[in-house]
Design a protein around this ligand. Structure first.
Ligand SMILES: *Cc1c(COP(=O)(O)O)cnc(C)c1O
Length: 384
């Protein structure tokens, strides 16, 4: 086995697909020490700069004083603390739904929901570019998995046509994590309602960034809870903490508590983390100034990149990928940027389709205009 593994690893390296970690010293911030050197980074999902916010850190400390560190057990045993419960109520109010349920990660939330709701006699319809956790959940749940063309309601409609029986769940990212574009939520909701199917939205990258008070992509489009009954959100991105939640009706949440295996059979998040997230939720809701700063940095970046003739994707979100094509070119440009002290990770297949390797630039309200200009200047030297 060892020899086989080594051969496969060598093959990966030869194709410029080898992945390696970088070691970060200190908190998440635009200016970081990575592998021992100062870099300016543009790859974090900490869109509002809350991961290192003093109020969030203070709440985590107070939470640790009150609850200690580990939750000690699963939610259904004796791990469900007042901190978790309060956060769930606040997330339900924030998203305008009856209930919310915390999960330890977004990956687990997606697996839990889809496997709890669907079985062999059902069908799940997913956008081709959905996050890996949604695709994995679709494979695991035992239902028929059908993938429709990216952001294409008519492709979805054709597939629904061919699967008239059983429960039918349509699943989409709200903001696509590697492209930064928005799902056509009003059209997907209309298709779901016309076909009597349920719509689930994974809004990992929309919450905190889009909509009134950062309520996400559904709010951005004015799509209500009855049109998209399952909302999943993660806490590790704009919230700046860790974990995830599902928000929806009383019946949905009670079903998940009974049946979502990734909820039932795992230790609850540390309660202190729930306290930290309560603080970050308050900052996020009152974060219009941060969102405006972010929007202005996005405009500045897009304008500058356009002038350099770079191939940007159509994205109005903080995710601003620059398409490079071949994996080797994406890696070479990423390395050339790093030599200039700028970190932008290259995203390669299988995370994105073959031939569409890209530099995934992400912007944060914590960046300054001067930092965005530094990125543009470096891109002008190495990518234009
Ligand atoms: C990050 C992400 C997840 C996974 O969330 P984690 O909490 O990091 O496990 C799920 N869906 C989307 C769209 C994501 O971007």
């Amino acid at each position: 086995m060892e020899a086989e593994l080594n051969a496969a690893l060598a093959e990966r390296r030869a194709q410029a697909l080898y992945r390696a970690r970088r070691v970060v010293a200190g908190p998440q911030a635009p200016q970081q020490v990575i592998d021992g050197r100062q870099v300016l980074s543009f790859c974090s999902n900490d869109y509002l700069g809350l991961a290192n916010h003093p109020e969030v850190i203070a709440a985590l400390r107070r939470g640790a004083d009150a609850y200690g560190v580990g939750a000690g057990a699963a939610h259904l045993i004796n791990g469900h603390s007042r901190a978790h419960h309060a956060l769930e109520e606040e997330l339900a109010a924030f998203t305008g739904r009856e209930r919310a349920l915390l999960f330890s990660t977004g990956y687990m939330a997606n697996l839990g929901v889809i496997t709890a709701l669907l079985g062999k006699t059902d069908a799940v319809f997913e956008d081709r570019l959905n996050h890996a956790s949604l695709i994995d959940a679709g494979r695991l749940c035992g239902a028929r998995l059908r993938r429709y063309r990216h952001a294409d309601p008519s492709s979805l409609d054709g597939l629904l046509d061919r699967h008239p029986r059983g429960r039918r769940l349509i699943v989409t990212d709200g903001v696509f994590s590697m492209d930064g574009d928005l799902a056509p939520l009003p059209a997907l909701a209309a298709t779901a309602s016309a076909r009597d199917a349920w719509l689930m939205v994974d809004d990992a990258h929309g919450l905190g960034v889009l909509g009134r008070e950062g309520r996400g992509s559904l709010d951005h489009f004015g799509v209500g809870a009855h049109e998209a009954p399952v909302l999943m959100g993660t806490l590790g991105k704009a919230f700046g903490t860790s974990g995830a939640f599902v928000a929806g009706s009383e019946a949905l949440i009670e079903t998940l508590i009974q049946q979502a295996r990734t909820y039932v059979y795992t230790t609850a998040l540390p309660p202190a983390l729930a306290e930290a997230t309560r603080a970050s939720l308050r900052l996020l809701q009152h974060g219009d100034e941060r969102r405006e700063r972010l929007a202005s940095l996005i405009r500045r970046f897009r304008h500058g990149a356009d002038q350099l003739g770079l191939h940007l994707m159509t994205s109005e979100t903080p995710i601003q990928p620059i398409v490079m094509g071949a994996a080797a070119r994406a890696v070479a440009v990423s390395e050339a940027l790093l030599q200039r002290g700028i970190l932008v990770t290259a995203i390669r297949p299988p995370t994105v389709p073959a031939g569409s390797a890209r530099l995934r630039v992400t912007l944060s309200a914590a960046h300054s205009e001067a930092q965005v200009d530094r990125l543009l200047e470096a891109l002008g030297e190495v990518a234009a």
